[in-house]
Design a protein around this ligand. Structure first.
Ligand SMILES: Cc1cc2nc3c(=O)[nH]c(=O)nc-3n(C[C@H](O)[C@H](O)[C@H](O)COP(=O)(O)OP(=O)(O)OC[C@H]3O[C@@H](n4cnc5c(N)ncnc54)[C@H](O)[C@@H]3O)c2cc1C
Length: 504
């Protein structure tokens, strides 16, 4: 995968810079030794992990700074901007696209000392939380008060609230409560030039464009998010589970669509195809699962009678397309194990190649996208033993996400060849899905892996993003090259050369 070309001067850790940073955040908050920098050498993208293992880390910070306040972040950015030093924010480093890698060196800002819950407003049901707070810590603090944050990513043990916002993430119960962008009311952020800003206090206003959303998904390119005011709720009174199998995946998809378009809202809904039911679901639940398309649903709410009614109506929809009722157990067991399969001893390890191809599309295209991706990857399955286990999750009124997990258990031992195989399956799957009408992606962000697709996906609006970036970050210090920003767009390059030709 081609990394963006460096333009900014990569800083050498110099005594003067380190002294200034220590003055800003205190000596214990500045890390410079190889041992101290090692944890920042890779995020959870397979490309990052493989590169680090091969002694070619994609992330090479010169210095890591651990601020405790927005004021300290502001001081760091002012200094970096003055000296044109690349800056990369670091949340939990759990991203899977290589976004948090400091691939041009410079300063990494580790936000995890900014981990306070500044306030909880039980009347408005909101909390103001600092960006470096780990998802699980925030959830535990709320749970102690009978409250919950309904953004629960599978990476909750390691991801920060700021990282979830910056990567525009989603959680396992997003089908009922929405993605992270639906949870946030307002943000405190530090601009690349050091100004601390607060966005409008509520997201439903008509005072111009909603600027909070500009920072959601910006992956550190437009500044550092330091705190957010988010929606919270009381823990639900009732939680119910349902599971169904279908003869055909299309029947399960039709049932899921009908559930969503008729206004029912399972908290989680996951439709596994035959292969993933046999290989993934069967591993996650103790109940015997047949290799058949399988739909798991979780319903929850504050009114147990309404929750029962909702689950009952959804069951009726499944039976109407000849779904076979498996009862509650498989879905309950999946719920109980919903995080464990991402962590040791179950998580994938080198030399295996792994990664998810995440696309989202409307219902009209969903089956077509699934078929296109499966058939495009067939030759790679035959030749390289690629195992594809897709499921549909994160449902909307208009469409659904396809979460296609890919694994090659016995890849080439040679690093370059393994990377080439990774890139080949990723490009093959994505090109097929995009050709069939999907959009890249639902919630895993851009990082290094998807940067080459930015312009293709955003079309003419990519230029708008480029202009916003250069207005906010004139010296291009924030994650230069990420989101494919900070390099001339092909559109511009083309029109530039066309202008030069006509001038001649
Ligand atoms: C096992 C596992 C399961 C996962 N499950 C999910 C899931 O269910 N849902 C999901 O959405 N993702 C999931 N992910 C991906 C990952 O956890 C998310 O992308 C998460 O949002 C990253 O948060 P982080 O704090 O680790 O951010 P990082 O990985 O540290 O950073 C991600 C990006 O955000 C930027 N950034 C971080 N903090 C800030 C800040 N305060 N201000 C500005 N920019 C910032 C970084 O520079 C980088 O560009 C999973 C990953 C793993 C390894």
């Amino acid at each position: 995968m081609n990394l963006p070309v460096s333009r900014n001067p990569v800083t050498q850790t110099d005594a003067k810079l380190v002294a200034r940073l220590k003055k800003l955040v205190g000596a214990p908050g500045v890390l410079t030794t190889p041992t101290q920098l090692r944890p920042y050498a890779y995020d959870q993208c397979w490309l990052s992990i493989a590169a680090a293992a091969a002694g070619k880390p994609l992330s090479r910070p010169d210095v890591v700074v651990r601020p405790e306040s927005a004021k300290q972040v502001s001081g760091i950015l002012e200094l970096a901007n003055h000296r044109t030093i690349p800056v990369t924010p670091w949340g939990g480093g759990s991203g899977v696209q290589g976004a948090a890698n400091a691939d041009r060196g410079g300063i990494v800002i580790d936000l995890r000392r900014m981990n306070r819950v500044r306030s909880i407003d039980r009347t408005s049901m909101t909390a103001t939380v600092e960006a470096g707070t780990l998802g699980l810590d925030f959830e535990k603090r709320l749970n102690r008060r009978g409250l919950t944050f309904t953004h629960l990513p599978a990476s909750i043990h390691v991801a920060t609230i700021g990282g979830c916002l910056a990567a525009r993430g989603s959680g396992v119960i997003s089908t009922k409560y929405g993605k992270i962008e639906d949870h946030v009311l307002s943000l405190e952020a530090v601009l690349p030039t050091g100004e601390v800003i607060n966005t409008m206090a509520v997201p439903r206003h008509a005072m111009g464009p909603e600027l909070t959303q500009l920072f959601i998904g910006s992956e550190g390119t437009l500044g550092v998010i330091t705190a957010a005011r988010v929606k919270i709720r009381t823990q639900p009174e009732a939680r119910l589970f349902r599971a169904f199998t279908f003869r055909r995946l299309a029947d399960g998809l039709a049932a899921g669509r009908e559930i969503m378009v008729t206004g029912l809202r399972p908290a989680a809904m996951r439709l596994y195809d035959r292969n993933s039911a046999a290989k993934v679901l069967a591993e996650a639940v103790k109940t015997a699962i047949k290799p058949q398309p399988t739909l798991l649903m979780t319903f929850e709410g504050d009114h147990p009678d309404l929750t029962r009614l909702e689950a009952g109506k959804a069951g009726k929809i499944c039976r109407a397309v000849r779904g076979q009722d498996l009862g509650a157990l498989p879905a309950r067991q999946w719920w109980d194990n919903r995080y464990v399969f991402y962590y040791p001893p179950y998580h994938p390890k080198l030399p295996m190649i792994w990664g998810t191809v995440d696309v989202v599309m409307d219902y009209a295209r969903a089956m077509g996208v699934y078929r296109a991706m499966c058939s495009a990857l067939k030759p790679l399955a035959k030749k390289h033993g690629l195992v594809l286990t897709p499921h549909f999750s994160h449902w909307y009124e208009w469409g659904v996400m396809l979460y296609a997990r890919c694994r090659v258990h016995h890849p080439p031992a040679d690093y370059e060849k393994a990377v080439a195989l990774h890139d080949l399956y990723f490009k093959t799957a994505l090109d097929a899905a995009l050709e069939a009408g999907a959009v890249l992606n639902d919630h895993h962000g851009v990082g290094v892996r998807c940067a080459p697709y930015m312009e293709r996906q955003l079309g003419g609006s990519f230029e708008v993003l480029r202009r916003i970036k250069s207005a906010l970050d004139p010296n291009n210090i924030m994650c230069p090259g990420k989101l494919a920003l900070g390099q001339a767009s092909t559109r511009r390059r083309k029109s530039g050369s066309a202008r030069r030709r006509s001038a001649r």
